[in-house]
Design a protein around this ligand. Structure first.
Ligand code: NAD
Length: 432
């Protein structure tokens, strides 16, 4: 079924109506959505089987980003995140990107790296040569350890030995993990080949584990946003475009800014990673190592002007899976994967990276114009209203009051709530 991720007014609906609208757009039975996401998507008995010392579960909001178009196809991106305005900002920016044809994404094959460390190698150069001479044998040995993966078209593709000096050597096994994130698969390969690698090197085996710097599994996304689509109250599109380009150049020169620039990107990307049950620590460590690959921490996404367009380009290593990991047991993660509707892990990575790019664009657009606080604080006011004791319809009333006062504090929320209660008690009874 061809999906449409444009759903104007979605944000105004109740949670129940949003579920119905999403179910219809996704072709999923609404009862299945309800069952999967109610109570955080994970029963305590299951949680107790996943990790150790469990005393409960911990929920986060599950939302969807709209307007996302990747390579001409619509995606409704699942997002799990606790920070206000991330989902709205990503959806809004995705709409601007859509005006220029959406995100154009491409990705490497899903190749992960298994590392085998060797110590006390007597002759590093000779060991590297011997290991490369026995590449076919080692690849076969590695593949023997992951028959299921090989049956699905994955497996060890190549090897690379590097002399790290002082008798230390590392051998990389490049493993195509197909639709798996791959950590366990790759670790299995590393352990299976270690003895033979040790023999060939004449040294002693050390660690045997994947590298989270999966720089053979990168996603590249570009977008062209027409300048007019960037217009805000008080700023024309050209001013916004140039402000975003200046902000990008700032991040390219300054690691302090680049860190926050990338944080804005990871806001959206991580939310998709978490919603689909993927390992966000793996994604984070890989992304930041890659951002620092040239010796100075840099932005993962850069922005330039091209005539009447703002052009963004992002490159990021991304190890996501649509099989294995928590998706086997976590109902919420399974629903996240169904909502994302990606045909492969590679496609899921392209969608997640596109949402990351949308988040980056939204943050830079706000920063380059009115600043980020106005929109952010309007949404933050709702959380503060809840912390001040507001429930139901009072949340929005209190949020608007404290936002209007410019005093978004729990004390102000309590006072506003008390004022609302007094006003309600002294109001005349409703007429019939
Ligand atoms: P996994 O152990 O669940 O293995 C994936 C399984 O899915 C394999 O048995 C494979 O044969 C099967 N499979 C079915 N269909 C497939 C398809 N189309 N493509 C590929 N495989 C298919 O999961 P994994 O991906 O090997 O490991 C991911 C888990 O490992 C995550 O939970 C992660 O948190 C964890 N982990 C991460 C690290 C790290 O990042 N440093 C280290 C250890 C473990």
């Amino acid at each position: 079924m061809k999906r449409n991720s444009r759903m104007p007014g979605f944000y105004k609906l109740s949670v129940a109506d949003r579920r119905r609208a999403a179910a219809e757009a996704l072709g999923i039975d609404v009862a299945e959505i309800e069952a999967a996401v109610e109570d955080g998507g994970l029963a305590c008995e299951k949680a107790d089987k996943i990790i150790e010392n469990v005393i409960g579960t911990f929920s986060l909001p599950f939302a969807v980003a709209l307007n996302v178009q990747v390579n001409g196809e619509d995606f409704i991106a699942p997002m799990v995140v606790e920070e206000p305005s991330v989902v709205a900002a990503a959806s809004n920016a995705a709409k601007m990107v859509r005006e220029g044809g959406g995100f154009i994404a491409e990705a490497d094959d899903p190749i992960m790296i298994a590392q085998v460390q060797l110590d006390e190698v007597p002759d590093g150069a000779r060991a590297c040569t011997r290991i490369h001479q026995h590449a076919s044998e080692l690849i076969e040995l590695g593949n023997h350890a992951v028959p299921g993966l090989c049956r699905r078209g994955g497996g060890v593709r190549s090897i690379e030995a590097r002399d790290l000096g002082d008798g230390m050597l590392v051998v990389h096994f490049h493993v195509d993990c197909r639709d798996a994130m791959g950590a366990n698969l790759v670790n299995t390969v590393a352990e299976a080949v270690a003895d033979r690698v040790q023999e060939l090197s004449g040294g002693r085996t050390g660690l045997r584990i994947l590298s989270n710097l999966c720089d053979r599994r990168k996603v590249r996304v570009t977008c062209r946003v027409p300048t007019w689509a960037l217009t805000t109250d008080g700023y024309n599109g050209g001013e916004v475009r140039d402000g975003i380009v200046r902000a990008s150049r700032f991040a390219e020169r300054d690691p302090y800014r680049a860190t926050t620039h990338n944080k804005g990107l990871m806001n959206g990307l991580d939310a998709v990673v978490i919603a689909t049950g993927n390992d966000w620590r793996a994604v984070e460590s890989g992304a930041h190592a890659y951002a620092a690959r040239n010796g100075s921490y840099s932005p993962l996404c850069v922005w330039r002007a091209d005539g009447d367009y703002l052009v963004g380009s992002l490159e990021i290593p991304l190890s996501l899976g649509t099989v294995g990991g928590p998706s086997r047991v976590h109902d919420g993660a399974r629903m996240g994967l169904r909502v994302a509707n990606a045909r492969t892990a590679t496609e899921l990575a392209m969608v997640a990276a596109s949402v990351g790019m949308a988040s980056n664009l939204a943050a830079l657009r706000a920063l380059a114009t009115e600043g980020i606080q106005r929109g952010h604080m309007a949404l933050h006011a709702r959380s503060v209203a809840i912390a001040g004791g507001a429930i139901g319809a009072d949340v929005e009333r209190v949020a608007q009051l404290i936002h209007g006062l410019g005093d978004i504090t729990v004390d102000a929320a309590r006072r506003a709530l008390a004022d609302l209660a007094i006003a309600a008690n002294s109001a005349p009874p409703p007429s019939e």
